[in-house]
Design a protein around this ligand. Structure first.
Ligand SMILES: [Zn+2]
Length: 164
């Protein structure tokens, strides 16, 4: 994706109030992020790690959403798969994140959830820039380009559920 600034990000939030978008934690190291290798930027609030955020390109603009980590399952989850990049992680490497839906439906308490890499580094796992545990990637005959396209489609579908 193209590099984005703090101001771009704050203006792109679709599922929180303007005040929340102004106050929420945006990474301070945006200038040094590996933008060429990112399909979206995801991060957590270091002060409250149950809060996660992502920003992605959408058409000509940007869409940013605020997410909350759902309470972990009782009992031990051995392995689970990210619904965006399809990387399999052991333990808590994948989290159920929920996003309040945009607009009226969100105000009525509607939200959508997805299992996503806990560190939101899907783009880097796909490109082999970040190592996941052994067995994390399925053996597929897809090219990197195809994997990226599939992840982008999964991401768009998720974002559409939040925005619609
Ligand atoms: Zn992922």
């Amino acid at each position: 994706m193209r590099p984005v600034t703090e101001r771009d990000i704050r203006a792109a939030f679709v599922n929180c109030t303007k005040g929340e978008a102004k106050r929420l934690a945006v990474p301070r190291d945006l200038a040094t992020r590996p933008w060429d290798d990112l399909d979206f930027l995801g991060w957590r609030d270091p002060a409250s790690p149950e809060r996660a955020y992502m920003v992605a390109e959408s058409g000509d603009g940007l869409v940013a959403i605020a997410l909350r980590q759902a309470a972990p399952h009782a009992g031990h989850v051995r392995r689970s798969m990210c619904s965006l990049c399809l990387t399999v992680h052991p333990g808590d490497g994948v989290s159920l994140l929920t996003a309040r839906r945009a607009g009226k439906t969100g105000q009525q308490g509607n939200s959508v959830g997805a299992y996503i890499c806990t560190d939101l580094a899907c783009s880097l796992y796909l490109r082999g820039k970040k190592e996941a545990a052994p067995g994390a990637r399925l053996h597929e005959s897809l090219t990197l380009e195809e994997l990226i396209t599939r992840t982008a489609t999964n991401l768009t579908n998720f974002l559409n559920k939040v925005v619609e």
